[in-house]
Design a protein around this ligand. Structure first.
Ligand SMILES: *Cc1c(COP(=O)(O)O)cnc(C)c1O
Length: 301
């Protein structure tokens, strides 16, 4: 691992007054590993970084939007690992760069802006070949690390999980982290997945592709209805919830992923979704750098 993962402690929220009603709710603080290379991204990148380090080309090329945690993490990890790094950004170059892209450029990532039409071709072999001709041989990481190697890396999150939980809960973007958690889970554990995008219908296909498994494990549950209108959408209730989580549990959440996960788990506890006696672990996947796109003073932390 490129980073020391020992800061990823587990905190028991029930001890901190979380109203869990005979259920134990804990949080795995992957966000504490590094402020930029947030939690799950480090794990998803692991095998790609190894591959690039062992190659002749020592170059990584990847894809993301202007606020992408994945681009931010890749830029920082590549600068630490001494790798050349190229970021393909969705959309035309804006007059002023987002804080995420400024950080990426500051870490040495070369940015290339693709029109939406070009960006939509990012998985086509012909398109990737053209990029290789242009930039030379390189390790290409699909957007968000969405690839079996990314899932294999995400399975490494289990190195940070030391207790025998009945439920491990995660926010879901590409489902790579969920697939990794599933790969490393014991047969009695349930992986509970909260999509942050609206209208995810291909969840089972994603898990099959990522795990290489023809039948998705029965240990996987997918809870829709907590996306707050879609990716990176938010409302006052979510923002209030975030400030409350900070006040009560000193838990900093990001509005795109971890806040929606914690909101969902809190709500599901209230609805007695989890059987009494459940030991629930929420994975805080990080992403706090994304809060910088909120207007000043939106959050109290
Ligand atoms: C990228 C990201 C996710 C989503 O992970 P997937 O593996 O794409 O499902 C969750 N939380 C945070 C903070 C992220 O940055």
């Amino acid at each position: 691992m490129l980073f020391d993962i020992s800061p990823a402690v587990t905190e028991n929220l029930t001890d901190k007054g979380f109203p869990a009603k005979e259920r134990q709710v804990s949080v795995l603080r992957l966000d504490k590993i590094h402020p930029v290379v947030s939690g799950n991204k480090l794990f998803k990148l692991h095998y790609f970084l190894l591959e690039a380090q062992q190659s002749q080309h020592k170059t990584i090329l990847t894809f993301g939007g202007a606020y992408s945690n994945h681009l931010a993490a890749t830029a920082h990890a590549c600068s630490l690992a001494g790798l050349t790094c190229i970021g393909m950004v969705r959309g035309e170059e804006p007059a002023s760069l987002s804080h995420t892209l400024r950080q990426c450029r500051g870490e040495g990532m070369r940015l290339r802006f693709l029109s939406r039409e070009e960006y939509d071709r990012k998985e086509e072999p012909v398109f990737l070949e053209a990029l290789r001709r242009e930039y030379g041989d390189c390790t290409i990481i699909p957007e968000g690390g969405y690839h079996p190697l990314g899932a294999k890396g995400a399975a490494g999150i289990h190195q940070c999980i030391h207790d025998d939980y009945t439920h491990i809960c995660t926010a879901m973007g590409t489902a790579t982290t969920a697939a990794g958690l599933l790969l490393g889970a014991s047969p009695l554990q349930k992986i509970l997945v909260v999509p942050v995008l609206k209208g995810m219908h291909d969840f089972n296909e994603r898990i099959r592709y990522l795990t290489g498994n023809a039948t998705p494990s029965a240990g996987l549950e997918w809870i829709d209805g907590y996306h707050f209108g879609g990716y990176a959408k938010k409302n006052d209730e979510l923002l209030r919830f975030m400030n409350q989580a900070w006040e009560q549990y000193q838990l900093p959440l990001d509005f795109v992923y971890s806040a929606k996960l914690f909101y969902a788990v809190t709500d599901l506890v209230q609805q007695n979704y989890f059987p009494a006696g459940s030991r629930i672990l929420c994975v805080h996947t990080g992403g706090l750098q994304g809060n910088e796109s909120l207007p000043p003073n939106t959050l109290t932390y």
